[in-house]
Design a protein around this ligand. Structure first.
Ligand code: ADP
Length: 499
């Protein structure tokens, strides 16, 4: 199949979160399975065009009543199979993308002209295909910035104009929700940039309480919808997790499902991780003890093998439950660290209020140490050196850290939500079964009790802990499995149209 990924992020070029990793890893794996995959993303300022190849000739992109001109760059995605490389195309437009930030900056978190920037980008995806003379079988769009692409496909590009061919008459679309909390809601004044008629504003589902909702339009228009875990798919059809779009998702439930993200097992593998002092595996766990010691040293904690060490690596934002349920005086961290004989380390960066809670906690507790910042290497050491990994998320579409933890023999302590519920199995005290510890309630008490349960097992059922570690390490979270499910999804969607 010929597959076009339309996304605002793709690792290693532009990344703010899991979306970037998913788009690239899925594309590479699909290419390994023999499919022809191309990715289109904007050429942000931070992407050095000196390292890219410039396609000859400028490209006209209709926008509103006029036309904008774009240059197109391209590159071969690193680590793609040589015989079937994934090519990445970069849409270059000085006014829209020649600035710092992907969606915004700390001072302007959501650029005012985002609806215009991403409408332009989605439109450009189709022009690009015409420019390179390539018609995809599947257009796979990701999150709200790319949600206009399925709209254009359904309401413009797939409509055959008799003799004039668009090149997309036999293309189907899939839209993946990576986080329903971000929808791209703007004043409907911006609708004029789409160049679509006002009938489409209503028919495609843009309308949202007199505003324009880009994700909602995508959810109405894409031929197939999915999200990044089966449980999050089910949750988002409920009012509590639906961010006001649960009704739309229930309406589309026959075309909506979840596929768990995979992890990059080349990068996240304790047997060959360059960021940890010694490699280890289920057969020889000595390296894990060495990682624990290195981690304690890194954070200035006493080198104590006997005390359980709980790690966290997280964006510091409300979604992760770290700022309000965990950090403040009424949160769970303070009583946990006071009452239990354990050590805790946290690495994270994010919103100022949340960073402040964590920094202040770290200055008051001797067994809780935090570092504010983004540090890839240290995140590996935390996964390897910790005994437990805490994720008290409010919601978690998929979550990668719990899968990294299981792979590294570190037991996740998680709220039973989204992808966390799909990947972690709760400890069974009677038999020693399971591979982590889970709680339902979104309260500091629930976090306290569950961490307490894990610490109790550490001191009183250590043989269970050892067995759980090995069980987690045996799980298969590779992309291979998930990519095959996407292939199946693409095929089913095409079959619906008889393509
Ligand atoms: P989300 O995409 O919602 O942030 P995920 O668990 O899906 O959550 O993915 C987060 C990814 O970002 C993980 O790979 C995690 O290790 C990484 N990460 C988050 N914060 C940091 C940080 N401060 N330093 C290094 N890596 C981080």
């Amino acid at each position: 199949m010929k597959i076009l990924m339309v996304s605002s992020e793709a690792a290693p070029y532009a990344k703010t979160g899991g979306l970037a990793d998913m788009v690239s890893a899925l594309s590479i794996t699909l290419a390994r399975l023999g499919h022809e995959v191309k990715i289109v993303i904007p050429r942000y300022y931070a992407v050095d065009k000196g390292k890219l190849e410039l396609l000859p000739g400028a490209m006209g992109v209709p926008l509103g009543g006029g036309e904008e001109w774009s240059a197109v760059y391209s590159a071969v995605m690193p680590d793609t199979p040589e015989e079937n490389p994934v090519r990445v195309y970069f849409i270059d437009h000085e006014v829209f993308f020649g600035r710092d930030g992907i969606y915004g900056t700390p001072f302007e978190p959501d650029f005012l002209d985002n609806p215009r920037r991403f409408t332009f980008f989605c439109r450009a995806a189709f022009q690009l295909c015409r420019k390179i003379g390539w018609s995809p079988d599947v257009l796979h769009a990701h999150d709200w910035p790319a949600a206009m692409a399925p709209v254009y496909l359904k309401f413009a590009e797939r409509l055959s104009g008799g003799k004039v061919k668009t090149g997309f008459e036999k293309t189907v679309s899939v839209l993946t929700i990576h986080n329903l909390g971000y929808q791209g809601i703007y004043s409907k004044d911006n609708f004029r940039y789409t160049g679509l008629g006002w009938d489409v504003f209503y028919n495609a589902g843009f309308e949202d309480w007199n505003m324009m909702n880009l994700l909602k339009a995508g959810l109405y228009s894409a031929d197939r919808l999915n999200t990044v875990s089966p449980n999050y798919a089910a949750e988002t059809m409920l009012q509590v997790h639906g961010f006001r779009l649960d009704g739309v998702l229930r309406y589309r439930s026959a075309d909506y499902s979840g596929i768990l993200n995979g992890i990059d097992t080349n990068v996240w593998n304790p047997a060959k991780d360059p960021f940890i002092p010694e490699p280890y595996s289920g057969e020889n766990m000595e390296g894990k003890a060495a990682a624990k010691e290195a981690l304690q040293k890194e954070f200035g904690l006493p080198a104590d093998r006997g005390a359980p060490l709980i790690g966290m690596v997280t964006r510091l934002t409300g979604q992760k439950g770290v700022g309000d349920l965990f950090g403040p005086a009424y949160g769970s961290a303070w009583p946990i660290c006071r009452d239990m004989n354990l050590q805790m380390v946290l690495l994270g960066t994010g919103e100022a209020w949340c960073e402040h809670e964590i920094t202040s906690l770290s200055s008051r507790l001797s067994n809780f140490k935090a570092k504010i910042g983004y540090n890839e290497g240290l995140s590996h050491l935390i996964e390897a050196g910790s005994d437990f990994f805490l994720m008290p998320s409010r919601y978690e579409p998929c979550g990668l850290n719990q899968m990294y933890s299981l792979t590294y023999g570190t037991l996740p302590i998680v709220r039973k939500t989204g992808g966390l519920a799909d990947t972690v199995e709760n400890y069974i005290e009677a038999s020693g079964g399971g591979d982590g510890f889970m709680f339902d309630d979104l309260t500091p008490q629930a976090i306290y009790n569950t961490v307490g349960w894990a610490v109790w097992a550490w001191y009183n059922r250590h043989e269970h802990i050892e067995a759980m570690r090995l069980r987690g390490m045996r799980q298969d979270f590779s992309w291979e499995k998930s990519a095959k499910m996407y292939v199946d999804l693409y095929e089913k969607t095409r079959a619906k149209f008889g393509f």
